[in-house]
Design a protein around this ligand. Structure first.
Ligand SMILES: Nc1nc2c(ncn2[C@@H]2O[C@H](COP(=O)(O)OP(=O)(O)OP(=O)(O)O)[C@@H](O)[C@H]2O)c(=O)[nH]1
Ligand SMILES: [Mg+2]
Length: 309
């Protein structure tokens, strides 16, 4: 058995089959930060509604990166649904069944609306592939704030400086304040292989750590790891399979376990449900708080340039 099989478990097929006869769920959760009550859902909504950006900018920006079909757009739509709180599904951005090619081809955002437009902009992006994906150079330019919303990503050529979507002199409000890597929990092998993906993760990680930009891994599709979770997502943090996958991913991507956020997006449900909303809103708030701390810190170091003198 190779290192890869040791980390991720041997899988003969591309999409790992659901494990047969999984071990029983743990009695105590391995992470216990979520309160699965309607009251907590209301509290999360209120916190996000009242969220204020700490710096002198209007919005905090978060970039979603990941392989095609890793659930980037679905996360955006799930957050939009949970925030709107209207007991109906919202699909502001297009999602199709996995086709092997990126469905999302533009770099774009869309207002996330709770009582009003919330102070976070989530930017969706074309997937990472070995061919046909967003180029590493464009990712760097996006993170630094050089590319404007609405740009159609060219997989073979980075944006030209004369393009109307190119921003010459980005400011703090234009750059990304958080980067979230979406991975498919049922198919970690695919999510993390491929030269480009590996190279981009490593390149980004080093660049972002250097600048203290917060990074998270969104471990999507955990509902598919185990049948019980599809019926009752509150058992998520009692599952040893989820914990094992989470630890593998943290090891591979060299991030602390707490930075890996298990997620189950809406994909087939006719109406929203409280527990999935709670999971989405908790993950969203974690991302917002970290990005906000980064902005706060960036503003503080701008103004107090003599601090380290
Ligand atoms: N069961 C389940 N399916 C999901 C989840 N998230 C996404 N999906 C499904 O996975 C497929 C791909 O999801 P997308 O959101 O389009 O993925 P993407 O990363 O935006 O893909 P590209 O735009 O092609 O790069 C769709 O069929 C979704 O319904 C999840 O948490 N659970
Ligand atoms: Mg997409």
């Amino acid at each position: 058995m190779g290192l890869w099989d040791y980390l991720f478990g041997y899988s003969g097929s591309k999409e790992s089959p659901k494990p047969e006869g999984p071990p029983p769920l743990m009695r105590d959760p391995w992470r216990s930060h979520i309160i699965w009550t309607p009251q907590n859902r209301q509290q999360l909504l209120e916190d996000i509604n009242n969220f204020e950006v700490k710096g002198e900018i209007q919005y905090i920006n978060c970039l979603l990166l990941g392989q095609s079909a890793s659930g980037k757009t679905s996360f955006f739509n799930t957050c939009a649904t949970a925030l709107k709180d209207e007991q109906r599904m919202l699909y502001p951005l297009t999602v199709y069944k996995a086709s092997g090619k990126s469905v999302t081809v533009k770099f774009e955002t869309h207002p996330l609306i709770a009582k009003g437009v919330i102070k976070l902009r989530i930017f969706d992006c074309r997937g990472l592939h070995d061919v046909d994906g967003v180029t590493p150079e464009d990712i760097r330019l996006i993170v630094d704030g050089h590319i404007k919303h609405g740009y159609t990503i060219n997989p073979v050529k980075s944006i030209s400086h004369s393009d109307p979507h190119y921003r010459e002199n980005p400011k703090l409000g234009d750059m990304m304040h958080c980067v979230v890597y979406a991975v498919n929990a049922t198919n970690l092998e695919e999510a993390l292989t491929g030269e480009t993906a590996k190279q981009i993760f490593e390149d980004m990680r080093v660049r972002l750590v250097d600048r203290h930009v917060p990074q998270f891994v969104l471990m999507n599709k955990v509902d598919r790891l185990r049948t019980k979770l599809a019926d009752d997502i509150t058992k998520l943090f009692h599952s040893t399979e989820v914990k094992k996958k989470l630890d593998s991913i943290a090891t591979f991507m060299n991030v602390p376990e707490m930075k890996v956020l298990p997620m189950s997006n809406y994909h087939n449900e006719p109406v929203p449900n409280t527990n999935k909303d709670i999971l989405a809103l908790t993950n969203l708030k974690t991302i917002m708080d970290s990005a906000n701390d980064f902005v706060d810190h960036a503003c503080a170091t701008n103004t107090a340039s003599d601090f380290y003198d």
